[in-house]
Ligand binder design. Structure first.
Ligand code: NAI
Length: 333
C-alpha cells in the first residue's frame, strides 16, 4: 500500500531541493503518494495567509510531511510559517542529527551527535511588545510539561537507539526560574533512565567544548532558542547546512525538514545542496517504518559524498542540484 505524504516545496531553494528529495525517495522503491500543498508569502494573495488551513489539514490527515524551507520576513510582516506550523500541530520535538560523512571536508571526522530542541515555547512563543517608544520586551515561557516532554523524548530516543549519554543545556545560573525549571525537569526525567548517563552544561561552555571536541557529547537536549543556535553549530561541525537534516515530531504528526533556510541568494540557480532534505526524507522513511528504503538512500548518499565527483559547490564540487540527485539515484542498488 502506498503511504500518503504531504509535500510542501516551500520557497527560495525549497522547490529545487524538494523535487530532488522526492525523486531520490521515489527511486528507493518505497510507494508514496505525494500530496503537494503550498505555503509561504506567495500564497497570501490567494488565501489571505501564508499558512492556509488546508495545509494543516493535509498534514493532520496524512500524519507526515516533507517540507522545503519557507522564507520569513525579518522585523515585520507575517509570523514565521515554520514556527506557526510547529505550534499549530504541537510538533514539540525538533530532532537534528549531526553526523560526519566520508568525503566532506570538516574539522572533525567522527562526529555523531543528536540535538533535541524543544519546539513550542521559550522566546519563540512570540510574546513581544514595545514598552513606550524606546524599549521592547520579549517574554520567555518555559513550562514543566514541555520541558519534561522534550527530555523524555531525548531519553526514549537514546534508549531505543543505543546512545550512551544525554546532556541538558541551559543558562540556569542567570535565568534561575526559566532555565532552572528546564534543568530541574530534565533531572527528574533522567532518574527514569538510570542506564543512560546524564549531565548538564551551561550553553556558552557547551559551545566552546563542542568546537574543541564534539566527540565528548552524544545527545543534547535544549530549550528552543539555544537549540536553534546549537544545531546550526553542530551542522557546521559536519560540513555545513547543506548536509544537516531535521524532524519536527509531535503526537499527531511529524514534519521533516532540513535545518537550513530558503537561501534566497542561491535560489533558482540549480546549485543548492539537496542532501539535507534528502536525509530529512530518510528520517521520514524511518518514521513510517520503511527502514530498508531509508538505508538504501543513505548508502547511495554516502557513496556520492565519498566519491566527491557529483557534489554541489558548497561541498567543493561543480554539480548542480539536479545532477547530484541523479548521481544519488544512479548509486542506489
Ligand atoms: P539559510 O539557511 O537559508 O542560509 C544560510 C547560508 O547557508 C547561506 O549562505 C546559504 O546560501 C547557505 N545554504 C543554506 N542551505 C543551503 C543548501 N541546501 N545548499 C547550499 N548552501 C546552503 O539561512 P538564512 O539566510 O538565515 O535564512 C534565509 C531565509 O530562510 C529566512 O527568511 C529564514 O527565516 C528562512 N528559514 C527558514 C527555515 C525553515 O523553513 N525551516 C529555517 C531557517 C531559516
Amino acid at each position: 500500500m502506498a503511504h500518503r505524504v504531504t509535500l510542501i516545496p516551500g520557497d527560495g531553494i525549497g522547490p529545487e531541493v524538494a523535487e530532488a528529495a522526492r525523486q531520490v525517495i521515489d527511486a528507493s522503491g518505497v510507494k508514496i503518494e505525494w500530496e503537494v500543498v503550498e505555503a509561504g508569502e506567495a500564497v497570501i494573495p490567494k488565501y489571505g495567509t501564508p499558512l492556509p488551513d488546508h495545509v494543516l489539514e493535509s498534514i493532520r490527515r496524512n500524519g507526515v510531511a516533507l517540507k522545503g524551507p519557507v522564507t520569513t520576513p525579518v522585523g515585520k510582516g507575517f509570523r514565521s510559517v515554520n514556527v506557526t506550523l510547529r505550534q499549530a500541530l504541537d510538533l514539540y520535538a525538533n530532532v537534528r542529527p549531526a553526523r560526519s560523512f566520508e568525503g566532506i571536508k570538516s574539522r572533525y571526522e567522527n562526529v555523531d551527535l543528536v540535538v533535541f530542541r524543544e519546539n513550542t515555547e521559550d522566546l519563540y512563543a512570540g510574546i513581544e511588545h514595545m514598552v513606550g517608544k524606546d524599549a521592547a520586551e520579549s517574554i520567555k515561557i518555559i513550562t514543566r510539561h514541555a520541558s519534561e516532554r522534550i527530555a523524555r523524548y531525548a531519553f526514549e530516543y537514546a534508549r531505543k537507539n543505543g546512545r550512551r549519554k544525554v546532556t541538558a543545556v541551559h543558562k540556569a545560573n542567570i535565568m534561575k526560574l526559566t532555565d532552572g525549571l528546564f534543568l530541574e525537569s530534565c533531572r527528574r526525567v533522567a532518574e527514569e533512565y538510570p542506564e543512560i548517563e546524564f549531565e548538564d552544561v551551561i550553553v556558552d561552555a557547551l559551545c566552546m567544548r563542542l568546537v574543541q571536541d564534539p566527540t565528548q557529547f552524544d545527545c543534547l537536549v535544549l530549550p528552543n532558542l539555544y537549540g536553534d543556535i546549537v544545531s546550526d553549530l553542530c551542522a557546521g561541525l559536519v560540513g555545513g547546512l547543506g548536509v544537516a537534516p531535521g524532524a519536527n515530531i509531535g503526537e499527531k504528526g511529524a514534519v521533516f525538514e532540513a535545518v537550513h533556510g530558503s537561501a534566497p541568494q542561491i535560489a533558482g540557480q540549480n546549485i543548492a545542496n539537496p542532501t539535507a532534505l534528502i536525509l530529512s526524507g530518510v528520517m521520514m522513511l524511518e518514521h513510517i517504518g520503511e527502514r530498508e528504503a531509508a538505508a538504501r538512500v543513505v548508502r547511495a548518499v554516502r557513496r556520492v559524498l565519498a566519491a566527491g565527483e557529483h557534489v554541489t559547490p558548497d561541498l567543493g564540487g561543480k554539480a548542480g542540484t539536479k545532477e547530484m540527485a541523479a548521481a544519488i539515484i544512479a548509486a542506489m542498488e
